[in-house]
Write a protein that binds this ligand. Structure first.
Ligand code: ATP
Ligand code: LTN
Length: 337
């Protein structure tokens, strides 16, 4: 008898257009995993509203993200693709776990510190931003996921999820699978082109910060040529903060090409300065994104098809999530309805 496939769940916020950081750190490995695992991939709109969103734009971005998922190679026959708010169990378990979540753990989260620092006044920081990791824990635990494919910035949230699951299991008996983070070896932390010491983020305002998956080739070339580097000439991987810009460009090149570090450095052994490096990184990015962009432009004109995939995905998700939620409610002492 064959053993059942292990389950994985991951999510991306529809809080802007997806960047090559989202692709290389998360989406690319989601595609690779769908052959081997029982996959649930979620567009986390409940998370997106932890910072202000324009309603019309949020709806558009949610469909755009669904189309990008499929254009990048997610197959609705192999993975459940759904919108978080379509499966009400997420909000329900989110609340239950909120009642167990120690404030001290939440205040320690770097993402909360970073994002709350960006809001001008304390009154405008929603409590949802603080509680963001608890809702993320609910997403993961509802599916009894054993692994969670994410970029490096999500490590701390995964630790929090594990701690919260262990706390619940300890108080109410074994209920949740304790999940592991699944972080790619290459591309787990793509940095901003203008800020090579800070992670590339889709909701950063600056034009020169991120390459988006849907950027036109000329735009990609322009952004890459403007990327911050240093005053030296060495085109080598390096942990030196001074060289963070060059290191980031080499990492992007490596992640798209699938080459080893040695092979990447060899490709630039005869380069005449950073201009050659930037051109090569721009070209490999343009060529890697081209097939996905072509597919995206076809799909986005078929909203009915996309909505159908999301509807089916939500039905598959509900079948699993509602079962876990029923067990949780029983274990904490809620009267059955
Ligand atoms: P926002 O700027 O709105 O907070 P974000 O760009 O950080 O968004 P998320 O939707 O929070 O993106 O993240 C989705 C996935 O992409 C996560 O698994 C995250 O780890 C990964 N990811 C995000 N940015 C990067 C990056 N720069 N490098 C590698 N992976 C990334
Ligand atoms: N917090 C994640 C997005 C996210 C997520 C999840 C990732 C929400 N729920 C569940 C993995 C599993 C982020 O990337 N910022």
């Amino acid at each position: 008898m064959s053993t059942p496939k292990k389950r994985i769940l991951s999510g991306i916020q529809p809080s802007g257009s997806l960047t090559i950081g989202n692709y290389l750190g998360a989406l690319k490995q989601w595609v690779a995993r769908q052959e081997v695992y029982d996959c649930f991939y979620c567009i986390v709109d409940l998370h997106a509203i932890t910072v202000p969103q324009d309603p019309t734009e949020l709806r558009e971005k949610t469909r755009e993200v669904a189309a990008i998922f499929i254009a990048a190679g997610l197959d609705p026959q192999k993975a459940a693709i759904f919108v978080q708010s379509h499966v009400t169990a997420h909000a329900e378990l989110g609340w239950i776990l909120t009642c167990l979540a120690p404030l001290g753990w939440l205040y320690r989260m770097t993402q909360f510190k970073d994002k709350s620092a960006k809001q001008a006044q304390e009154e405008s920081i929603g409590a949802g931003l603080l509680n963001y990791p608890t809702l993320m824990a609910a997403d993961i635990l509802l599916y009894q996921s054993s692994a969670v494919p994410v970029g490096d910035d999500q490590r701390q949230h995964l630790e929090y999820t594990r701690d919260l699951a262990q706390r619940f299991n300890h108080l109410y008996g074994d209920t949740f699978t304790i999940p592991e983070a699944m972080i790619p070896e290459i591309g787990a932390r793509i940095m901003g082109l203008d800020t090579p010491l800070a992670k590339m983020s889709k909701s950063e305002a600056s034009e020169a910060h991120a390459v988006f998956m849907l950027d036109a080739p000329e735009v990609i070339r322009k952004k890459m040529m403007r990327a911050v580097t240093d005053s030296g000439r060495d085109i080598l991987f390096s942990d030196d903060p001074e060289k963070a810009g060059v290191n980031n460009l080499l990492t992007i090149y490596q992640a798209f090409s699938g080459k080893t570090r040695e092979a990447v450095e060899a490709d630039f052994a005869n380069a005449r300065g950073y201009g050659d490096l930037k051109k090569a990184v721009a070209e490999i990015t343009v060529e890697s994104l081209r097939p996905m962009q072509e597919e995206y432009h076809k799909l986005i004109h078929e909203p009915g098809y996309l909505d159908g995939i999301l509807r089916d995905g939500a039905a598959q998700a509900r079948a699993v999530a509602d079962k876990t939620l029923a067990t949780v409610k029983h274990n904490i002492g809620f009267l059955a309805s």
